[in-house]
Every structure is written in C-alpha cells, then in structure tokens.
Design a protein around this ligand. Structure first.
Ligand code: NDP
Ligand code: ZN
Length: 352
C-alpha cells in the first residue's frame, strides 16, 4: 500500500509498504480525515532521533475496515476517532506512571510514528481496539472529533498538569493549536487573567475567542518582564508551555510565582539544553513545581473530549485553518505545517 512519510531524516516522500496485519485484539482503520501536526515535522527533521522508511501522521478519524477475533466494541464500517496515543493496556509498565502515556520509557505509548508506521497510509494498524478507539456520535462533526485526538487532549493536559484553580492568573506560551486548547481549557477551569504568547494574527484572534485576556509577543522584549508588567510585578500562578525553545522555558520558570506550576507540553529537540538559574527557581526552594508530560491517550480520554463537543462545552473547529482534499494532497499539507505560514493554525486533509 501507499503512504506518505520519511525515507530518512529531512527526506520525505511517498513510501510503498506492506498492508499491516492485525492480531486478535487489534483493528485496521482506513483514515478518512487526517491532520498534520508539529510533532510530525519534528520527527521528519530528526528531532526524536534518526528514523527511516516510516509512514508519518498520528492524528486521524476513519472507518474500521477489519477487527480481530476478540474485539467486541467495534465493527467494520464504523466511524471512529483514533487517539494519537494508544497504550498497551496489558503492560505492567503503564501501572508505574501517573499517566498512561509512558510505558517502558517516556512517551512509550506513542505507537504511531514513535514505534510503527503512522496514519498517512491507505490503512493503518490500531493496537487493542476496544480500549483504544472511540465512536463518533452523529451530532459531532468528524473534523471536530479529529481535533480531540491530540490537540484537545494535549492542550487540556497542560491545564490538568498546571491544576488551574478558579481565579488564577495563567500564561499560555504558544498559540498554535495546542496552546489554543490550553487557553480554552484554562478558561473552562475558571482562570481569571489569561495571557497568551504568540504572534500569528489568525491564531491571536482565535486565542481571544477561546478566552485569552491579552496576547503578547515574544518579539517585544523579555517575556518574563512583559508578564510581570501585567501582573503587578508578581508573575503568574500557572504557566503552560506550548511553544518556544529552551530559553523560553527558562523564562517560564522566571515568570512563575512561588507556589506556582510550570506545566510543559512542548516538544524539545534531543539536542536542546535547558538552563535554569537557581535564583529563577527560588534557589530551588520556592515551591515552583515543574511538570511535563505527553498527550494522554486511550479511547475513554478521547470519548470524554468528544462528549465535551457534543454537549457544547467547546467547539474546536476554530482550530482548522486549511482544508485539503485528496490523499495526494498530503505532501502539500505537510509542507504547509513545516513552513508555518502566518495564517496557519491547523490543516486537515480529507483522504477521499
Ligand atoms: P505551533 O508551532 O503551531 O505553535 C507554537 C507556538 O509557539 C506559536 O504560537 C509560536 O509563535 C510560539 N513560539 C515560537 N517561538 C517562540 C518563542 N521563542 N517564545 C515564545 N513562543 C514562541 O505548535 P503546536 O501548537 O502544534 O504544538 C506546540 C508544541 O507542542 C510543539 O512543540 C509540539 O511538538 C508539542 N506537542 C506536544 C504534544 C505532547 O503530547 N506533549 C502533542 C502535540 C504537540 P507564533 O505565533 O509567532 O508562531
Ligand atoms: Zn499531533
């Protein structure tokens, strides 16, 4: 079968691969809509180490084509959302961690692209279909459901890790789709001031629509100073990092108050080194809590996020800035994601 992916680092293109086979607990899914992600471009450029001959993509909704003999909750022909993180629920490893994303090492439950071919093929393999897939009800648009599988799950996880309380002042660094969902999640959690950081005009407008009280630019001087200026010199209670580099992360620590939390969902390159001056971290004794994790996965997580759309707590459709039609448009959509056009938030590709 055909798929779009990486021949090697910095060398993307069409690949010819064997059609996957499934075990008794698994499913084969034909993607109907997929969404390229910043993480796909990071992987393609070697950000998670050298990889080759790998179909990319990890965000999909699709039609179940085939299920294993033990699968009971799903059958061929059904429309499903596929979490980008699909844990092996039989592993003892996931019982050791606070989140099911980690198994035999950090982010070990990230199977697509992380450990096997991704979803940009004619079909793809899903391990353990019953606990890992989610149905899409008829009153939820499949495109909206697609936004749950990584963007909503990750952005909201930034909020969960930050444990945002009613009335707290929050900074969200990054107004890409992940940061935008963190803004929406912070607003749902009852944050008061929400300072968003970014420059892209289209994303800035959506940030305000999702609840940002102001949008500041990292190009307008040191971020921590801008945040202190807007918080009576005190800094934020909680800072969610969904963009920037190692220096940005150090600034996030500086702008966080004592007893605050720095919650990271940003992807750092294997070669990044984060330097935090002891004073910025309260000489190590200011109860500034640094947390970072990976998108929570599994069918139940995504089903709950779909429920939020169904009951109109959130509408993630504003994330979708570009629509492509046809499997052959995957390279164009990938290129758009890679080049970060100024009007870009999230592209999607209708595969049919
Ligand atoms: P985007 O690239 O769309 O957005 C990044 C944002 O960061 C933009 O708003 C950008 O600003 C801003 N930014 C860039 N440079 C700086 C800087 N120096 N200081 C402050 N802000 C800056 O990314 P996504 O929203 O798609 O993803 C965000 C991050 O989350 C990525 O690293 C991605 O790999 C990671 N990710 C992590 C997951 C997880 O499970 N933990 C899952 C999915 C994604 P501007 O508006 O100017 O472009
Ligand atoms: Zn993603």
């Amino acid at each position: 079968m055909r798929g779009f992916g990486m021949h090697s680092v910095d060398n993307v293109g069409w690949l010819e691969k064997e059609r996957p086979t499934i075990g008794p607990l698994d499913a084969l899914v034909r993607p109907t809509i997929v969404a390229p992600c910043s993480s796909d471009t990071h992987v393609a450029h070697g950000g998670s180490g050298p990889k080759q001959n790998l179909i990319l993509g990890h965000e999909a909704v699709g039609i179940v084509e085939e299920v294993g003999s033990e699968v009971t909750r799903f059958k061929p022909g059904e429309l499903v959302a596929v979490p980008c993180v699909t844990p092996n629920w039989l592993s003892r490893g996931i019982q050791n961690f606070r989140s099911f994303s980690h198994d035999r090492g950090p982010s070990g439950s990230f199977k697509f692209v992380g450990q096997k071919d991704g979803v940009w093929g004619e079909c793809f393999h899903v391990n353990q279909a019953d606990p890992n897939l989610a149905h899409i009800p008829p009153d939820v648009a499949p495109e909206a459901a697609l936004m749950t599988v990584d963007m909503m799950s990750t952005g909201f996880h930034g909020v969960e890790l930050a444990d945002i309380g009613i009335g707290e002042k929050v900074v969200v660094i990054g107004i890409g789709p992940v940061g935008l969902m963190a803004i929406a999640g912070a607003a749902l959690r009852g944050a008061s001031q929400i300072i968003a950081v970014g420059t892209r005009p289209a994303a800035s407008r959506v940030a305000v629509a999702y609840g940002a009280t102001e949008v500041i630019s990292y190009k307008d001087g040191p971020l921590e100073q801008q945040v202190w200026d807007r918080t009576s010199g005190k800094g934020a209670h909680k800072v969610i990092v969904a963009g920037g580099d190692a220096a940005t992360f150090a600034a996030a620590v500086r702008m966080t108050r004592p007893n605050g939390v720095i919650s990271n969902v940003n992807f750092f390159d294997v070669n990044d080194a984060i330097h935090i001056a002891p004073l910025d971290w309260g000489l190590g004794m200011a109860d500034k809590d640094i947390r970072g994790s990976f998108c929570p996965g599994g069918g139940k997580r995504v089903q709950r996020l779909i429920n939020m759309i169904q009951y109109k707590r959130i509408d993630p459709m504003a994330l979708i800035s570009h629509r492509f039609h046809g499997f052959d448009k995957l390279p164009e959509a990938f290129e758009l994601m890679d080049s970060k056009a100024p009007d870009l938030i999230k592209p999607i590709v209708y595969m049919d």
